[in-house]
Design a protein around this ligand. Sequence first.
Ligand code: BMA
Length: 332
Amino acid sequence: MSKLIISGNPLPNMPWEDRPEGQRTPLWRCSKNPIIPRDLLPTSNSIFNSAVVPFGEGFAGVFRCDDTNRRMVLHVGFSKDGVNWNINEEPLRFECDNKEIGEWVYGYDPRVCFIEDRYYVTWCNGYHGPTIGIAWTKDFKTFHQLENAFLPYNRNGVLFPEKINGNFAMLSRPSDTGHTPFGDIFYSESPDMEFWGRHRHVMAPAAFELSAWQCMKIGAGPVPVKTSEGWLLFYHGVLRSCNGYVYAFGSALLDLEQPWKATHRSGPYLISPQTPYECMGDVPNVCFPCAEVHDPETGRIAVYYGCADTVTGLAFGYIPEIVEWTKKNSII
Ligand code: BMA
């Protein structure tokens, strides 16, 4: 194969650890995991399923910090190295011209995506049930909230980092009000970040016999990474065991011009709950990726993922290896 081309700005200061000796899978865990403890804030019950992007000389993020009332709230954080974080004690509050939309109910599982000249936050926003909220910021101080993207109920709204066919594009996962026992990934486009349409089906859960970790529901994870072999998407998949839901994640490649067409999709998972901090916590057995940072020059990628709905973990890999692995192990 000719050299894989990876989009994005150089990021030589990204968090990184070399592959441990004997490690055979394409992603390996950070030795400092969990990098964010549950009680980093005086009022936090748990900090997980959070979004990180390069910002200024370092990194910024929007974090899901459930508080000790067990309310789901978002907080802004900053870091020099992407590993050690300072998270604002005050919750993030969005500015919104429309009171009906801007009224805060709850928010969780944020993603942050840089498009053109600003950072967009998408999150699971409480509005008569969960739906996808959208806001933008340029400085991680003031956030401007826009209309919700979809009707309730929806989760896992993940933007593409550039327009597709002239429109903004987003993956999402229609759901229900509870612990949804189903879920396919869909794709939608918008000319203005307000009106969303051209909805297309992307992927359904896999057949149990083919790939059991993703046989009940699936949902997009971090913002997709553009490569010459397609959009690299990490996504979570859920299996229902006799002890409840188990969340792992794998990878897929989506067509560059028609990203609702998945060309490859991994049968094996990349990361599944195996360490104590992934297997024990408020919701045991959850690995839930929401963000990535990468350096196109070296092909290095770091994936941020929530662990057991309690703490935040980090895993490392090389994009060209992950792309090759996804193709080699594809179930489509
Ligand atoms: C999903 C979301 C995630 C959570 C997961 C496991 O429905 O609520 O925030 O990590 O369940 O509890």
